[in-house]
Design a protein around this ligand. Structure first.
Ligand code: NAD
Ligand code: IPM
Ligand code: MN
Length: 349
């Protein structure tokens, strides 16, 4: 029998609550001839406050031995000054995305049948954001001087490399070929002259290799209009790290809520383990109350299955979630009871 080794990083806040349900679904949907061995790691704000350690190079070496990683969410009490400046987000989440070269941050958005959208006329929503994961303003290339004075100057440089943009855009075109063959570049070329120029030229050049894919462009501000007024116009959206972050929370909101939005931090070549996680964060406002929707984490398991080549298991999880969301009422359910319901849907297939 095949053995797959997974690292579980439940993290903080609602992270452990949603990962518990996701792991139940993982085992319930796993093919009979495959064992998923899980090893849990405590990284996150709670671990940092207890030990002073966020994520060492040795920890990364250990995580690299796994086939894939499932992450809940990280981020502690927003009022705690020991955690200010995104020390956990940078020291753990971004460190992992960079160290494991997760250059594709894949974020699908589907409005499933029976799910209420806040949009008056959502139409059909089925697109995927191919967000760059290792560059942009996320790299930490910045600094400030005269801090705290009226003359403070702070900068945060967006890094965009030809190599980094090329490989992402290529992945986006390949994704479009497997879908409706439509690709939209989202950027802000009217202001971000240099980075925008690189992205636009890269898309124009690679488009020549993918003649069947129709290509268009939207400035990011206009893209937010169309996500609300006509989300059906999108198939594959390719964009940089920061625009992709912002657009995918909006994408989650229009398709039934952030509690349903899954993602994959992917190294397509498989040189490093890929990492799957809900789009949402640690939600300190509802943590520890069994109020979080674990569906995003469960759909992240479906993405994990898919990436590791377990297409049938992925489809089963997807179908179980589709059945569950279609039968939802306005009655609130606990995190565990949503997990129960999805496991029951799997058993009924
Ligand atoms: P958030 O996504 O945690 O919460 C935003 C809102 O959505 C909150 O009202 C929350 O209750 C709600 N929400 C989120 N997930 C939900 C779920 N599964 N079910 C129901 N409601 C849900 O965003 P935030 O408040 O901006 O961030 C909180 C912390 O999480 C911060 O420290 C942030 O840096 C971190 N964060 C981490 C990740 C990650 O680990 N991948 C992602 C985003 C934010
Ligand atoms: C996400 C999160 C992260 C991001 C933060 C927590 C660093 O918002 O995964 O969407 O900005 O990428
Ligand atoms: Mn985000």
């Amino acid at each position: 029998p095949r053995i797959v080794s997974l690292a579980l990083l439940p993290g903080d806040g609602i992270g452990p609550e949603v990962v518990t349900e996701a792991v139940r679904v993982l085992h319930a949907a796993a093919p009979a001839d495959t064992t998923f061995e899980t090893t849990e790691y405590p990284f996150g704000a709670t671990h940092y406050l207890a030990t002073g350690s966020i994520l060492t190079d040795e920890d990364i070496t250990t995580l690299r031995t796994h086939d894939a990683i499932l992450l809940g969410a990280v981020g502690g009490d927003p009022r705690d000054p020991r955690l200010s400046g995104g020390i956990i987000e940078r020291g753990m989440l971004l460190k992992l995305r960079f160290a494991l070269d997760h250059y594709v941050n894949l974020r699908p958005t589907v409005l499933l049948p029976g799910v209420a959208s806040p949009l008056a006329a959502p139409g059909e929503i089925d697109f995927v954001v191919v967000r760059e994961g290792t560059e942009g303003p996320y790299v930490g290339n910045g600094g400030s001087i005269r801090v705290g004075t009226p003359h403070e100057i702070a900068n945060e440089v967006s890094i965009n490399t030809a190599h980094g943009v090329d490989r992402l855009v290529r992945f986006a075109f390949e994704t479009a070929m497997k879908r409706r063959k439509k690709l939209t570049l989202v950027h802000k070329t009217n202001v971000l002259t240099y980075a925008g120029g690189l992205w636009q030229r890269t898309v124009d050049r690679i488009a020549l290799e993918f003649g069947e894919v129709s290509v268009d462009y939207l400035h990011v501000d206009a893209a937010t209009i169309f996500l609300v007024t006509n989300p059906g116009r999108f198939d594959v959206v390719v964009t940089d790290n920061l625009f992709g972050d912002i657009l995918t929370d909006l994408a989650g909101a229009i398709s039934g809520g952030i509690g349903l939005a899954a993602s994959g931090n992917i190294n397509p070549e498989g040189a490093f383990p890929s990492m799957f996680e809900p789009v949402h964060g640690s939600a300190p406002d509802i943590a520890g109350q069994q109020k979080a929707d674990p569906t995003a984490a469960i759909l992240s398991v479906a993405m994990l299955f898919d990436f590791l080549g377990f297409g049938d298991a992925a489809a089963r999880v997807q179908a179980a979630v589709t059945a569950d969301v279609a039968s939802r009422t306005s009655e609130p359910r606990s995190t565990a009871s949503i997990g129960d319901a999805i496991v029951a849907q799997l058993a009924a297939q």
